[in-house]
Design a protein around this ligand. Structure first.
Ligand code: NAD
Length: 483
């Protein structure tokens, strides 16, 4: 299957923080891939803007290296040179006066203007303010704001208020790159473009939902940030909650930004407060040749969680009685992210030998090997009577879509092009972010007040024992964490 590529309108994209890690690993390589795919029109320009003194040539050399590190190959030197020609650089101080006039001279009227805030969150407000103060933003200018969006509800609200002084909500693109993942969008396609699933998509037929986002890496290198955040703020408040929303939301009347985001917001508002018994926090120890969390975070007394598991309940008609189990953590046994929808037993067993029976599970794999798999019961092949066995109906995107894995667009590529197109559907609205914090804040406050300490777990394991018990107590099991 060949994907159709529709070029976007000509644009100027300013990447504030254009020399940083995110620009190097994701933004520049992503833009290059969109260029190769024919989506960037010849008039598109990308301007790196950061504090370092650098000229266009040096920035192109930086970008060339970034592309060489990540590009899958298949492009020639001519394509790279043609892409690099579209790049420029201006030294700009987000919090000072350096470079703003020069940036203004580089920006062209009459093309889409987008400013990507790929800088520390403390600079988001200053950037918004200076863009307006230097008259660099018109009513059509878009700003892309990275995570973390606030540290709690109060700070998210303050940031929303600051941005709102300078930009309308329709100009603000709060990025959660999980929403740009191909499979996450497929979750919506599967739910709303098929008649098969939606009638079963409720507490009557769904026993429970499991969401796992497991990483093998530790926090070394970003320990200072992570130790202030923990898994709850770093992963649950944003990515996992977005996944819950897409699984649990009512069908929007159209696939349009506010229609989708209104439905997501209703889910967040319907979440029951987390009781202390619904949450298990963990922290990895040392072992198997790797340092402990506390060593990685350079904080020997840290009580920050590198793992969290929880049971979430949604109080609405559709989901009352169906728990959602979430877990995410560092230094786990495999890098694997998936959503699993486990359906209930059929109401009545007609076969004598039901012992092979297993629940139907729809699993949606976010990484690696993006794909969707549905396990169904069939008769075990052969003449041995009516024995049951379960088999997968597999839709691995890599094979089903005729693409090798490298052709599945990275989330950032997709999302940046959505910004240029002016489509906010896959971006978080301000009220959504605040509502998500309003749900996580009391849980964090409760464990802090109780002096809760994270349970230790071994690197390379599935997390602390208590997390397993969280499901066992309900007579259910976590799925294996497997690549
Ligand atoms: P980084 O520290 O690697 O880069 C920061 C960039 O900001 C550099 O280009 C630096 O020169 C520039 N900068 C710093 N002070 C500046 C100033 N006063 N004026 C102009 N430019 C200035 O950070 P990063 O990892 O690239 O992250 C950027 C943003 O993206 C952060 O908000 C981060 O939380 C978010 N983010 C990063 C990742 C990732 O994988 N790196 C993932 C998710 C979110």
């Amino acid at each position: 299957m060949v994907s159709r590529v529709i070029p976007v309108e000509p644009f100027d994209l300013v990447v504030f923080g254009g020399t940083g890690d995110l620009a190097r690993r994701k933004i520049l390589p992503g833009l290059f891939r969109r260029f190769l795919a024919g989506q960037m029109p010849p008039e598109a320009r990308v301007i790196g803007a950061a504090r370092a003194a650098m000229d266009d040539a040096a920035y192109r050399a930086f970008a060339a290296e970034a592309i060489a590190e990540t590009a899958g190959g298949g492009d020639g030197p001519a394509a790279r040179a043609a892409f690099l020609e579209r790049l420029g650089y201006v030294a700009v101080d987000a919090a000072g006066t350096l470079g703003w006039d020069e940036l203004g001279r580089r920006l062209r009227p009459g093309v889409v203007r987008a400013c990507y805030f790929s800088v520390a969150p403390a600079l988001f407000g200053a950037l918004a303010e200076r863009l307006q103060a230097h008259s660099l933003a018109g009513p059509d200018t878009r700003i892309v704001v990275e995570k973390p969006f606030g540290h709690d509800r109060a700070s998210a609200r303050a940031l929303n208020a600051t941005l709102a002084l300078h930009f309308g909500e329709g100009q603000i693109y709060r990025i959660d790159h999980y929403l740009g993942k191909e499979t996450v969008q497929n979750l919506m396609a599967v739910r709303f473009a098929n008649i098969l699933f939606e009638p079963l998509w409720n507490a009557r037929f769904v026993d429970h939902v499991q969401i796992t986002v497991a990483e093998t890496v530790g926090v070394a290198g970003r320990g200072a940030y992570y130790d202030q955040a923990g898994a709850m703020r770093d992963m649950v408040q944003n990515h996992l909650m977005q996944l819950i929303c897409l699984i649990a939301m009512e069908p929007p009347h159209r696939f349009e930004p506010d229609a989708v985001r209104d439905e997501k917001l209703k889910v967040i508002r319907a979440l029951d407060p987390l009781a202390p018994g619904d949450v298990v926090r963990g922290q990895y120890g040392a072992g198997a040749g790797v340092a402990s969390y506390r060593a990685d975070a350079d904080n020997p007394a840290s009580d920050t969680e590198s793992f969290v598991a929880m049971r979430v309940r949604i109080s609405n008609w559709r989901w009352k009685g169906t728990p959602f189990y979430l877990r995410t953590g560092k230094r786990l046994r495999a890098r694997a992210s998936e959503i699993a929808i486990a359906f209930r037993e059929p109401p009545h067993a007609i076969f004598d030998q039901q012992e092979g029976w297993k629940e139907n599970v729809l699993s949606i794999r976010l990484q690696p090997n993006e794909g969707i798999n549905l396990r169904v019961m069939i008769k075990e092949p052969g003449p041995g009577g009516m024995r049951l066995t379960d088999v997968p109906l597999d839709m691995s995107f890599a094979t089903a879509l005729g693409a090798n894995g490298a052709d599945i667009p990275d989330a950032y590529e997709r999302l940046i092009m959505d910004v240029i197109r002016g489509n906010q559907t896959l971006f978080m609205r301000g009220d959504e972010v605040e509502a998500a914090w309003a749900w996580t804040d009391p849980a964090i406050a409760a464990w802090q007040a109780a002096g809760d300490r994270p349970r230790p777990y071994d690197p390379g394991s599935s997390g602390p024992e208590d997390a397993l018990m969280l499901m066992h107590r309900d007579g259910r099991r976590w799925r294996d964490i497997r690549e």
